[in-house]
Design a protein around this ligand. Structure first.
Ligand SMILES: O=c1[nH]cnc2c1ncn2[C@@H]1O[C@H](CO)[C@@H](O)[C@H]1O
Ligand SMILES: [Zn+2]
Length: 345
């Protein structure tokens, strides 16, 4: 990529609304946590741990992509590890010029050694707050229900999220194996979330079809959609996303890796923008996908011909789509506009 454009992308303000905590752990941190926690790393994991944590070009599906998370989760079962990793996600976001991040994680995945779901949330918020103070990037939590978990377990997650709503938590989500566990299984869970007036985002239209997006908006009350790339399969769903002004949290590098689309040529981001959808661009998993916000924007410039103005518009969209309330949201929008003005954009 030509140097000046890369440099200009670095200076653009950015916002990451879709980044998983457990998919964004620095490899050196896992080595240090393993040592501190007295846990062995698998045989052969002597040098750089990146290959154990990052997917490569041979990835054929979301299922294969999700297998990478098994490596890190054993080291993310303590208060200290959650706080440190959360803080380091904010550090990485700062390095990519982010003004704001919404970091998501599934508390139940961190309860294997005695932490409760509430404690997992509390410590993740504490880590993000430390990161916010140190690196100057505002950071909030999205609490995830896993698709393969029972309704009872996910109702518990919603209860825990509710306790921290407005105290660091901004929304709830549904993630995991979309093809194996359709949205219909989770009606009761998101009905409770809606009753508590928790904002909802749902991973849909990634490893499943456009119907999952329709169902997530119409039946689960989703206010944003994670990915949504496969709404191309049904014009009526595109229309629904448009008429409800539902922002799409697109994650280009991840979507190419999980084969949600066949390749960059088929990546529908430009199509969605032309159709008037509110599109945002995010990392999904910085370590698993080997990406950063800077790299996502560079890829769009390189493969989809995005100009600097078009990239700037994506950040404006993200500020609009953020799960922040009144004054805080206005502040974020103003910060984006200020930063763009300083760049002459
Ligand atoms: O792109 C994705 N689609 C669906 N599920 C995902 C994706 N990325 C991560 N996770 C799942 O979310 C869990 C909590 O962060 C991760 O452990 C992973 O299983
Ligand atoms: Zn995701």
């Amino acid at each position: 990529m030509d140097q000046p454009l890369q440099e200009q992308i670095r200076r653009l303000p950015k916002i990451d609304l879709h980044v998983h905590l457990d998919g964004s752990v620095k490899p050196e941190t896992i080595r240090e946590l393993a040592r501190a926690q007295g846990k062995a790393l698998p045989e052969g994991a002597e040098g750089d741990l990146t290959p154990w944590m990052q997917i490569d070009e041979t990835c054929s599906s979301l299922i294969e992509y999700l297998s990478k998370f098994d490596f890190v989760l054993p080291f993310m079962q303590t208060a200290e590890s959650l706080e440190r990793i959360a803080e380091e996600v904010v550090e990485q976001a700062a390095a990519s010029g982010c003004l704001y991040v919404e970091v998501r994680f599934a508390p139940m995945l961190h309860t294997l050694e005695g932490l409760s779901a509430r404690e997992a949330i509390l410590h993740t918020i504490a880590g993000l707050q430390r990161g916010e103070q140190t690196f100057g990037v505002k950071a909030r939590v999205i609490v995830i229900c896993m698709r393969h978990d029972s309704v009872e377990k996910n109702l518990e997650v919603i209860e825990a999220a509710r306790d921290y709503y407005g105290k660091g938590v901004v929304a709830v989500d549904l993630a995991g194996d979309e093809a194996g566990f359709p949205p219909a299984l989770h009606h009761d869970v998101f009905e409770l979330a809606a009753r508590y007036e928790l904002p909802i985002t749902i991973h849909a239209g990634e490893a499943g079809g456009a119907d999952n997006v329709r169902e997530s908006i119409a039946r689960l009350g989703a206010r944003r959609i994670g990915h949504g790339v496969r709404i191309t399969e049904d014009p009526a769903v595109i229309e629904l996303v448009k008429s409800t002004r539902t922002p799409l949290e697109m994650c280009p590098v991840s979507n190419i890796q999980t084969k949600a689309v066949t390749g960059w040529d088929a990546y529908p981001i430009r199509l969605f923008m032309e159709q008037g959808l509110l599109v945002t661009v995010n990392t999904d998993n910085m370590t698993v996908s080997g990406t950063t916000m800077n790299l996502e924007y560079e890829m769009l410039a390189e493969h989809c011909g995005f100009t600097l103005q078009e990239l700037a518009q994506l950040t404006v969209n993200s500020a609009e789509a953020a799960f922040l309330d009144g004054a805080e949201k206005e502040e974020l929008k103003a910060a984006v506009q200020n930063a763009l003005r300083m760049l002459g954009l």
